[in-house]
Ligand binder design. Structure first.
Ligand SMILES: [Zn+2]
Length: 495
């Protein structure tokens, strides 16, 4: 009975969402009206059970069941109504901001933990779903480890879908999923429900930004920073200043920016934003292969021992690190190296791009620049420095900053397809194709399993192979000479 659920929700909000008990009667009447009920439940509720909940899933299920069975709305609408209820019972945005600022005086970590706790407790970050994702470490005998995850909640998007989003002229409100006007937005079939979203304002490089936790949770404390106005991604020197401002505010986090071009960027290019979290990405563990430059102020530029083309700038003088990295970026954007198939610009269209990540260890600033290029060729129409077609069954989407840094987010369908490949390895081709039509694209994996390899091991090799495709300067002699030639042109004779 929904009146009882309302009572439970109120007790849940008091114990998990900081609802003031003085507001209980007020919110009970608001919710009763919302559910078309006239009077409250007079019986007892199991307070112990509610108190012990770490996530509100069971309460959400009760709302969804009432909405679909008694009010006959479809499941998507029932979930939006449940989100509205959780948003109503959550602290107001101004209360969140106030508490966040109060906690920051004690510690930045406590403030970030507070926002994280509320985002889980009010079902914006659906922790149970994220915990079901598959995750393993991919280790190799001759290189740094990568991390592989199969994400069960994220929809798979192709490069073409993302390019379409960029050119779409939209008058919709909110303009996109990252606009701050999503705060409390009810949502519909085209736009996700945002009643329960909460984010906090920040100042980065003198501009107004916000920070929220990602509903997808690709890694620990995965958050998103987004700028106040709906402006497209654009990488410039100021990007590095914004990133360092963030890690100055929250030194236990890293923050990174996707590149500003399709194919080599993230899925949202029409709103300037960053992604960050606890520094768990494999690139942060990669070693400096070679330090090629030291500035007068002691900042260094090293080539990282990684699978794509990764440069590591570090030093205690923040402005010096930024200016060194900017010199390299400015040299990279128009750069051409035909021997390595790199064409920075073609008919006025830029192909070279930068993916950047910042973090701090003690007083040392680190900036990671990944050199990228999104050129499409006749042989590789999806992108020359993108995953090549033999890997599409595993990963076809653009390789954004998280994956280029070694944490792969593979599509949900793979959970089923791995099982099908394992079953197929025991059957003839004709038999498995009739049972599992998808398996036509998995012949290599099935063959590897037949040879005694595990499906995970096969996927590990594919992911490393994809980063090799993404590398603009390959690991071979020609590539490495090309990389040194580029760095010399960027930094001049000082190199
Ligand atoms: Zn926007």
């Amino acid at each position: 009975m929904i009146e009882k659920t309302v009572k439970e929700l109120l007790y849940y909000a008091e114990t998990h969402l900081d609802l003031d008990p003085e507001d209980e009667i007020y919110f009970e009447n608001v919710l009763l009206h919302f559910f078309d009920k006239q009077a409250p439940y007079e019986g007892k509720i199991d307070k112990e059970r509610i108190l012990s909940l770490s996530v509100p899933d069971s309460l959400i299920e009760e709302i969804v069941e009432y909405e679909t069975k008694q009010r006959h709305v479809d499941e998507a609408e029932a979930l939006r109504r449940a989100d509205f209820v959780m948003g109503t019972l959550s602290p107001k945005p101004s209360e969140i901001n106030h508490k966040f600022e109060q906690l920051r005086v004690i510690s930045d970590e406590k403030a970030m933990d507070y926002l994280y706790r509320i985002s889980i407790a009010n079902y914006y970050f659906q922790k149970t779903k994220v915990d079901e994702n598959l995750e393993w470490e991919a280790s190799y005998s001759d290189g740094p480890s990568l991390k592989i995850t199969i994400n069960l909640s994220k929809p798979e998007k192709s490069n073409k879908d993302i390019a379409k989003l960029l050119t779409k002229v939209s008058l919709d409100y909110p303009k996109c999923r990252l606009c701050h006007t999503n705060l409390g937005y009810y949502g519909d079939d085209k736009h996700p429900a945002r009643s329960s979203i909460r984010f906090v304002p920040l100042t980065l490089a003198g501009e107004k930004w916000y920070f929220q936790y990602s509903p997808y949770g690709y890694f620990e404390k995965h958050g998103i920073c987004f700028i106040d106005s709906h402006v497209p991604m654009h990488i410039e020197k100021k990007t590095f200043e914004r990133l360092f401002d963030f890690v100055d505010l929250f030194p236990s986090f890293f923050m990174g920016s996707n590149s500003d071009l399709p194919i080599v960027g993230g899925s949202i290019l029409d709103h300037e934003h960053f992604q960050g979290g606890l520094p768990v990405l494999p690139i942060f563990k990669a070693e400096n292969k070679e330090t090629v430059f030291t500035s007068k102020k002691g900042s260094t530029l090293s080539i990282l021992s990684f699978y794509d083309t990764a440069l590591h700038f570090e030093g205690k003088d923040r402005e010096d690190v930024i200016s060194l990295a900017s010199r390299v970026m400015d040299a990279w954007l128009p750069y051409e190296d035909l021997e390595n198939d790199i064409i920075g610009n073609e008919n006025g269209i830029r192909h070279n791009a930068i993916t950047s990540l910042a973090r701090k260890t003690g007083e040392v600033y680190h900036l990671y620049l990944l050199l990228r290029n999104n050129r499409q060729t006749e042989e590789y129409p999806e992108g020359l420095f993108h995953a090549h077609p033999e890997y599409f069954s595993i990963k076809k989407e653009g390789i954004g900053l998280i994956e280029a840094s070694g944490l792969f987010i593979l599509p949900a369908r793979l959970k089923r397809q791995i099982k099908e490949a394992e079953a197929s390895a025991k059957l003839s081709e004709e038999e498995y194709l009739s049972l599992y039509p998808d398996m036509k694209d998995f012949k290599d994996m099935i063959e590897a399993i037949r040879q005694g390899e595990s499906a995970e091991r096969y996927i590990n090799d594919v992911c490393r192979g994809i980063l090799g495709n993404v590398a603009v300067f390959k690991e071979d002699k020609k590539g490495q000479e090309g990389l040194h030639r580029f760095l010399k042109s960027a930094l001049g004779e000082s190199l």
